[in-house]
Design a protein around this ligand. Structure first.
Ligand code: PMT
Length: 223
């Protein structure tokens, strides 16, 4: 049975969107609802894992029976993940992390003045890439949200970020990506495509993905 497939395993999941503050009342974010990552956290819990969920901005109800750490920015998420990395057996990065943040965060609400204003953005650290470069025995799963050339971009991310598995969703496809209850994903390892799944609920995707993870860590993959 699937039930105890991850028992004794510590699974770290990131979900939701990061929030990058402009001033105390304004921010940049994205359309992530948290549904995909939350479904992974719930399913891992059901498979017997001890789950920690690092959650950004999300609209989905917080899963029960998992430890939830709420964060706002990519920086906060990076810190929360790195603090728990050594202790994790599996890390799954379903969060939509902002690639850029405002160069400055105004301490007071920015006043309306000129007709135009420019917001300067600076690059955020890449959390997944950092994990990939540091990992020892952890099994690392990345996600990729793409709008074109899925196979090519997914394999490029898998290699650059040193993931054991990468889950790509074509977010232009009906029933896939941000906000939906369903997803359509293609899962890769370093040798290429492992599984191309049809449209299914995010719970269904979570189950397929975690079955693969359990099977592979059972064979001693990771490291
Ligand atoms: O939350 P939902 O509404 O259910 O939507 C699910 C989802 C579309 C958000 C999810 O399925 C998904 O694709 N998540 C990854 C979104 C994303 O940021 O993709 P990316 O291609 O920009 O990033 C690739 C990977 O690097 C991701 O694992 C991401 O977490 C990670 N990353 C990206 C940038 C950064 N600075 N640090 C990172 O760790």
């Amino acid at each position: 049975s699937e039930q105890g497939q991850l028992s004794g395993k510590k699974v770290l999941v990131t979900a939701g969107g990061t929030v990058e503050r402009i001033d105390p009342v304004r921010f940049l974010t994205n359309d992530s609802s948290g549904k995909m990552g939350y479904a992974i956290a719930e399913t891992a819990r059901d498979m017997g894992a001890e789950v920690t969920l690092i959650a950004g901005k999300a609209t989905a109800p917080v899963p029960r029976g998992v430890k939830v750490v709420s964060i706002e920015s990519a920086h906060d998420m990076m810190k929360a993940v790195l603090e728990r990395l050594a202790d994790a057996d599996v890390v799954i990065k379903a969060a939509a992390v902002a690639d850029y943040r405002p160069a400055e965060q105004a301490r007071q609400k920015i006043k309306k003045k000129s007709e135009e204003m420019t917001l300067t953005l600076v690059k955020n650290p890449d959390i997944l890439q950092t994990i990939g470069s540091m990992k020892t025995t952890q099994f690392v799963v990345g996600f990729a949200a793409e709008t074109e050339r899925i196979d090519e971009y997914a394999m490029d991310k898998l290699q650059r970020k040193n993931c054991d598995l990468l889950v790509a969703n074509d977010v232009t496809q009906e029933g896939a990506g941000f906000g939906t209850d369903t997803n359509v994903v293609r899962i890769y390892d370093k040798n290429g495509l492992v599984q191309a799944l049809p449209v299914m609920t995010k719970q269904g995707v979570a189950r397929e993905l975690l079955n693969l993870v359990a099977e592979r860590i059972g064979r001693g993959e990771g490291a």
